[in-house]
Design a protein around this ligand. Structure first.
Ligand code: 13P
Length: 285
């Protein structure tokens, strides 16, 4: 199966009442771990690439080559997605290079500019069959604490979300609802009512960022309210480093990078399979 547009995967998820996991890969081993999980679980999957780190480090051709080799002939549907990008050159570059989906994150700009930039990217992407995710409100890192009084300004306004989707023509919306990237310090303060309202007002799939550290119950609740894509990054990086450290502990003095890579593939695969079961995407491909 060739790499697919993300919208196809998410529309099926919305209809089926499950969510597709979007996993940030950083290299061959993580990519392979995610693919082995998806194929063993028979789950659709989104391979996500971080704009500011992974894509900058590898360049377009190396990542597209990796995607074609590892996912181009997969029996499960796979989308290659660019995560959080406000660099217009990179957005254009990845669309031209072979990504099947991109996220334009112009959420730090005023609303009108966010609309204009997002619309420009949709104009480049859609003629090439590439889907576009946009962001509204500000999805923070866990270190950026949101004070109660600024909550309304930071989280996505449901009416604005409907207007944003309508005016930009995006395929998926990431609204800020209180989740954050990285490891939560306490219990995340998620505005489920806001999510419910947004889902009722927009006619595109809704995306949840900051999946690492959310409980299974929280995932199930988000999905029952209509979330169709859930992003996981930090958890994979933790599994990666743990596998590396375990290998070193169990094989003192041994220098065998391929065995380390194999341990990382296995660790990532385990973590991803677990998420796929919780998200309900297992068996859906
Ligand atoms: P985590 O690192 O918290 O899993 O968030 C991932 C994410 O939302 C990527 O966009």
């Amino acid at each position: 199966m060739a790499l697919e547009n993300m919208r196809t995967l998410l529309d099926a998820a919305r209809e089926g009442g499950y969510a597709v996991g979007a996993f940030n890969i950083v290299d061959y081993a993580t990519f392979r771990g995610v693919m082995e999980a998806a194929e063993e679980e028979r789950s659709p999957v989104i391979i996500q690439t971080s704009a500011s780190s992974t894509v900058k480090f590898y360049g377009y051709d190396a990542l597209v080559g990796l995607a074609r080799a590892l996912a181009g002939n997969s029996p499960v549907p796979v989308a290659l997605h660019l995560d959080h990008c406000k660099d217009m050159d990179m957005l254009k570059g990845t669309i031209d290079a072979g990504w099947t989906s991109v996220m334009i994150d112009a959420s730090t700009y005023p609303f009108e500019e966010n609309v204009a930039m997002t619309k420009t990217v949709v104009g480049w992407a859609h003629p090439k069959g590439v889907s576009v995710e946009g962001e509204l409100g500000s999805i923070k890192g866990v270190e950026d604490e949101i004070k109660v009084e600024e909550r309304d300004a930071v989280l996505a306004d449901p009416q604005k979300a409907a207007e944003f989707v309508e005016r930009t023509g995006i395929d998926a919306l990431a609204p800020a609802i209180g989740t954050a990237h990285g490891l939560y310090k306490g219990t995340p303060d998620i505005d489920f009512e806001r999510l419910k309202k947004i889902v009722s007002l927009v006619d595109v799939p809704v995306v949840i960022h900051g999946g690492t550290g959310l409980s299974d119950d929280t995932f199930r609740k988000l999905i029952s309210l209509g979330a169709a894509k859930i992003n996981i990054s930090t958890q994979l990086k933790l599994a990666y480093m743990q596998a590396f450290e375990d290998f070193k502990k169990e094989n003192p003095g041994k220098a065998d990078p391929i065995k380390v890579q194999k341990a990382i593939v296995a660790a990532v695969k385990d973590v991803v399979k677990r998420f796929m079961r919780v998200f309900g995407s297992s068996g859906k491909a």
